[in-house]
Design a protein around this ligand. Structure first.
Ligand code: CA
Length: 232
């Protein structure tokens, strides 16, 4: 079966004016099998050939990245991942309203970026054509879906069934922000109306049993699996 993540045929448009960022990204993404075109200005981005996904830096020399995002969105349904600098007063809701599908904040881990690109491509293709996964390695953390075992640095860690389900749900789209509502609806029950503190308690125990930095709180939104390093 040929999955969507045979990314050889996926064309990415990288919009980035800073060569110290675009150079390593270009070579890294090419190594991952993507066909990447670089646009180093907003004008270049708007006159580029159509791509399967756009990685858009918001801080461009000529045009406001938000305008570029809106313009690209008005022309096509191409998935757009926005790249923002840490400290930018960027409202997540505003980004999504501009038509971005996801965003990453500099500095970001390369592995996390690739996971986000694949997740967005999978979502936009409407089908998850990738083969059934039996395990996931996320930095120092591993999950074996067949045996329901979780590993930290290859040592098995004992989780409760709910802790396991919560981790598996967060790992279904590593790096992406999942809202509290999505998590509660999926891991608990659609009609679950107990205290949302239960979710925080489970997050806290996963952090304690695995890594404190594994699950990042996105204030006012939800949680996401953070890049916890390990080998690339
Ligand atoms: Ca820039």
């Amino acid at each position: 079966m040929v999955g969507i993540c045979d990314c050889v045929y996926m064309r990415l448009l990288l919009v980035e004016d800073d060569p110290s960022i675009s150079d390593p990204l270009l070579s890294g993404l090419k190594r991952e099998g993507f066909d990447v075109e670089l646009a180093s200005s907003g004008e270049a981005a708007l006159s580029a050939e159509p791509a399967d996904l756009v990685l858009l830096d918001l801080g461009l020399p000529d045009l406001d990245g938000r305008v570029v995002c809106q313009e690209l969105r008005s022309r096509s349904t191409v998935p757009i991942i926005v790249v923002t600098a840490r400290g930018d007063e960027i409202d997540r809701v505003m980004l999504l309203e501009l038509g971005a599908d996801d965003y990453v904040v500099k500095p970001f881990g390369f592995r996390e970026l690739v996971a986000r690109i694949r997740a967005v491509l999978r979502r936009s293709s409407g089908v998850d054509a990738s083969p059934e996964e039996t395990s996931l390695e996320w930095g120092r953390v591993g999950i074996d879906y067949r045996t329901h075992q979780v590993f930290l640095d290859r040592e098995a860690v004992s989780l409760t069934p709910k802790e396991y389900e919560l981790l598996v749900f967060l790992a279904s789209d590593p790096g992406a922000v999942l809202t509290r509502e999505q998590i509660i609806d999926t891991v608990w029950d659609e009609n679950w109306w107990g205290s949302t503190k239960t979710l925080d308690v489970h997050v806290a125990s996963l952090r304690k049993k695995l890594l404190p930095s594994l699950i990042e709180t996105v204030r006012g939104v939800g949680f996401r699996l953070a890049d916890v390093g390990g080998d690339l």
